[in-house]
Design a protein around this ligand. Structure first.
Ligand code: F6P
Length: 377
């Protein structure tokens, strides 16, 4: 007997996806395990997230391993030999999209389920963030077999302390701020560095602290420009040549709203495109200090490059755990890393609720930076 597993990656890409895909393929196809299971798995790679499953056309059946996807084909077989080196690769070799088959008024999920049957899929491993997982939750209600692997550089998924991509993104923030620092020092210029993270400040806070930023603004604590100016003035008075201000893209002004790049132009999951708060702050600070402020938006650099060691290790662990779930027929679940252990939970129902920075434990709301006390809360 051969059971077919489909695998896809949805939402914003990040390093860690390919290591997870490799681990799923290797674990599913492992011959020793197959002997113990008494049956074999076959793994089909699905192109561009849920979109590939919606667009699958039976006139173009799964391609053989190693074949490159083309416009007609949306599914292909994956074998160990092909994924062998994928743990070192960034992005996703399967492609990704933000397609929502349950989008009101544009529902394509019935077609997707037809294709699911047509392909004879026993289960699908979906690697994604809250949006991809919300599709998996809806599909579970349709009684098909799905398991999920959490990924998002935002690290904002509830139920798991880690999601793939986060640590590599933090490393990028640190590397880039190290670079910014040398020119900031040469020119005595304060830099505002904008990070991603949507409505949570994990990336900004972890990246900013690791890079030694002087001010870190996170969405969880609305900020006042006047207070930022005050802290920077104080640093100047203390003789500092420059300061580094890290601001999360979702940071809000006290009593105000956040900056959206293209207001109203939301994606299929109704997410607004954030970005621009760094530039906004640059202008405000320029006025206060009379020039010599620069801003840099790290933007998609944070999702680029090869996975760091942690994303390779966690990618592997999550991939292996996902196959465990399929083997044990524990469907409708997401693999997790919680309190230092790998495990799994039911796909959360309240995916819009985010895992936020624990402000009381980690953030100094007066100085807009990390707390200077770790144990006394
Ligand atoms: O959720 C991951 C993320 O990188 C966010 O931090 C960011 O706001 C968003 O995706 C950017 O999405 P896109 O790739 O559509 O520009």
């Amino acid at each position: 007997m051969v059971r077919r597993i489909g695998i896809l990656t949805g939402g914003g890409d990040c390093p860690g996806l390919n290591p997870a895909i490799k681990a799923v393929v290797e674990t599913a196809l492992d011959e020793e395990l197959a002997d113990r299971r008494g049956y074999k798995f076959e793994v089909l790679g699905i192109k561009d997230g849920w979109r590939g499953l919606v667009r699958y056309d039976s006139r173009f059946p799964p391609m053989p391993p190693y074949a490159a996807f083309d416009d007609e084909h949306h599914v292909r077989l994956l074998v160990e030999g092909e994924v062998r080196t994928w743990d070192r690769l960034g992005g996703t070799r399967l492609g990704s999209s933000r397609t929502n088959p349950f989008k009101k008024g544009r529902e394509t999920w019935p077609q997707m389920l037809e294709n699911w049957k047509e392909l004879g899929l026993y289960a699908v491993v979906a690697i994604g963030g809250d949006d991809t997982l919300s599709i998996a939750a809806n599909l579970t209600e349709q009684k098909v077999n799905v398991v999920c692997i959490p990924k998002t550089i935002d690290r904002d998924l509830k139920g798991t302390d880690y999601s793939l991509g986060f640590e590599t993104a933090v490393n990028v923030i640190v590397e880039e701020i190290d670079r910014i620092r040398t020119t900031a020092h040469s020119h005595s210029r304060t830099f505002v560095v904008e990070t991603m993270g949507r409505d949570t400040g994990h990336l900004a806070l972890s990246g900013g602290l690791a890079a030694g930023a002087d001010i870190i603004l996170i969405p969880e604590v609305p900020f006042s420009v006047a207070r930022v100016i005050e802290v920077l003035r104080q640093r100047k008075q203390e003789g500092q040549r420059y300061s580094i201000v890290v601001v999360a893209e979702g940071a809000k002004l006290e009593g105000g709203s956040r900056v959206e790049k293209a207001p109203g132009a939301n994606d299929q999951f109704d997410n607004p495109t954030l970005g621009g708060v760094g530039r906004y702050l640059e202008k405000e600070l320029e006025q206060a200090f009379g020039g010599e402020i620069r801003s840099v938006n790290l933007s998609h650099l944070q999702r680029g490059g090869v996975p760091c060691a942690r994303d390779r290790r966690w990618g592997r662990a999550f991939g292996v755990a996902a196959v465990d779930l399929v083997e044990r027929q524990q469907f409708g679940r997401m693999v997790t890393y919680k309190d230092g252990r790998f495990g799994s939970i039911e796909i959360p129902k309240d995916l819009r609720e985010k895992r936020h920075v624990d402000v009381a434990a980690r953030y100094d709301v007066e100085r807009y930076c990390g707390r200077y006390s770790m144990l006394s809360f």
